[in-house]
Design a protein around this ligand. Structure first.
Ligand code: Q0T
Length: 278
C-alpha cells in the first residue's frame, strides 16, 4: 500500500490495482484543519457516502470496489475504489446562494457563466439548481470557476452535457431526500472519472457535509450567513476565541467536540433513516 495523495481531511493510498480513499476524523473550518479530531467523523461520512453511492446506481455507476475490504487500521472510514482517469473539473451543483457562488453572483450576476435573476441575497434559493463547475488549481488555492463551454472545450460537448445532467440529477436526489428529513443541501461537489471503457463513473465522496453545504432547514433565513448543520458549533466557538483563522488552529474543547460528533451522527441518521452503529 502506497500513500499517493493528501487532502485536508482525507488520504488516498494505492493498493495494487485499486485505490483506498481514507477519511480522517479531522475537521476543517475557514480552510484550516484543526488539531483536535472529531471521533467517528471519518466513519460517519464514509458510511453516508457509501449509502448514497448504493442508491444512485440507477443514475450513474460508481468507483466503489468494497466498503469493507480495507486495512484494519482504516476499518469503517475507508473504501476500496477502482482507479479512474479523473475528469479535471469539480462538478458542483447549487440550489442556493452561498460561498464562492454568492461572491461571484454579487460581482457578475452569474456563476460559472450561468446568469441568475437580480436581487438574490446570501442563502437565497435559486429558481432551479444550476451546474457551476470549477477547475482544480494545483497551488492549493481556491478553485476557479469554469463555464460549461470551457468544460466542453476540455472534454467534448457530449461529455460536458452528461457531467451537467448527472451532477444536477445526483444533487436533486440528495436535496430531495435531505429536505424531507430537515436538512437543506445548499450545494454539492462531485468528482467523476472515466473507466477503461470510457464510461463516466461517480468517484470521490457523495453528498456528505464535507463535500456539500448542509443547513438545518428550520434555521434557514435568506439574507444572512446560514448555520452549517455540522460545523456551526466549531465555527461559533472559534469565533469566540479571538483566533486569527490562520494555521495552526486552536484545540477544540471536549464539549464542542462531543456536540459536533452528535451533529454528524444526526446527519447520518436523518438521511439514511438508520441508527449509527456505535
Ligand atoms: C483525497 C480525495 O481525493 C480527491 O480529492 C480527488 N481525487 C480523486 C482521485 C481518484 N483518482 C483515480 N481514481 C479514483 N477513483 C479517484 C477517486 N476518488 C484522485 N484524486
Amino acid at each position: 500500500m502506497r500513500h499517493v495523495y493528501s487532502g485536508k481531511v482525507r488520504e488516498i493510498y494505492s493498493d495494487g490495482a485499486d485505490l483506498l480513499l481514507v477519511a480522517s476524523d479531522r475537521v476543517s473550518v475557514y480552510d484550516v484543519v484543526l488539531p483536535t479530531p472529531i471521533p467517528d467523523k471519518g466513519a460517519l461520512l464514509t458510511q453516508l457516502s457509501v449509502w448514497w453511492f448504493d442508491r444512485l446506481t440507477d443514475v450513474v455507476p460508481n468507483h466503489l470496489v468494497s466498503a469493507t475490504d480495507v486495512p484494519d487500521e482504516f476499518a469503517g472510514r475507508a473504501v476500496r475504489c477502482r482507479r479512474l482517469e479523473m475528469v479535471p473539473f469539480e462538478c458542483i451543483a447549487r440550489g442556493y446562494l452561498a460561498g464562492s457562488g454568492l461572491r461571484e453572483y454579487l460581482a457578475t450576476g452569474a456563476i460559472s457563466g450561468v446568469p441568475l435573476p437580480p436581487g438574490l441575497v446570501e442563502g437565497s434559493r435559486l429558481p432551479e439548481p444550476i451546474f457551476t463547475p470549477t477547475t482544480k488549481v494545483s497551488d492549493g488555492g481556491h478553485d476557479a470557476p469554469a463555464t460549461f463551454d470551457e468544460v466542453a472545450d476540455a472534454v467534448g460537448t457530449e461529455l460536458a452535457g452528461r457531467l451537467r445532467e448527472l451532477t444536477l440529477e445526483v444533487y436533486r436526489r440528495g436535496a430531495e431526500r435531505a429536505s424531507a428529513n430537515g436538512i437543506i443541501v445548499a450545494d454539492t461537489k462531485l468528482e467523476f472519472g472515466r473507466d477503461a471503457d470510457g464510461e463516466l463513473v461517480l468517484a470521490d465522496e457523495v453528498l456528505t457535509p464535507d463535500s456539500s453545504r448542509f443547513w438545518p432547514a428550520d434555521e434557514w433565513v435568506p439574507g444572512r450567513a446560514q448555520h452549517a448543520f455540522d460545523k456551526q458549533f466549531v465555527r461559533d466557538w472559534a469565533a469566540g476565541t479571538g483566533w486569527d483563522k490562520k494555521p495552526p488552529g486552536p484545540e477544540i474543547p471536549a464539549d464542542v467536540v462531543a456536540a459536533t460528533r452528535t451533529r454528524y451522527v444526526e446527519a447520518y441518521e436523518k438521511i439514511t433513516g438508520s441508527h449509527w452503529r456505535r
